[in-house]
Unconditional design. Structure first.
Length: 77
């Protein structure tokens, strides 16, 4: 059994967890970072590596959306 660790910003936690539960992986919140991100550990088999890669890409996309929102808010000020 392999493990992957995801650092998930609180603002996208629900969206990420929705995607995670769609795949029925065993997962656990193991802590938080200094930036208040959730540290989520996911257990998976070798055959599921591509799905883990897709989860990583999904999280990156969610984080990019957060950055875009922050930039828009800053430009409005």
């Amino acid at each position: 059994m392999r493990k992957a660790e995801f650092r998930v910003p609180q603002d996208v936690a629900v969206e990420f967890c929705d995607e995670l539960t769609d795949h029925s992986f065993t997962n656990e919140i193991v802590g938080t970072t200094d930036d208040n991100e959730l540290v989520v550990e996911v257990s998976y088999d070798k055959e599921e590596s591509k799905t883990i890669d897709a989860l990583e890409a999904h999280l990156e996309k969610l984080c990019e959306g957060l950055e875009s929102e922050e930039e828009e808010e800053e430009s409005e000020d």
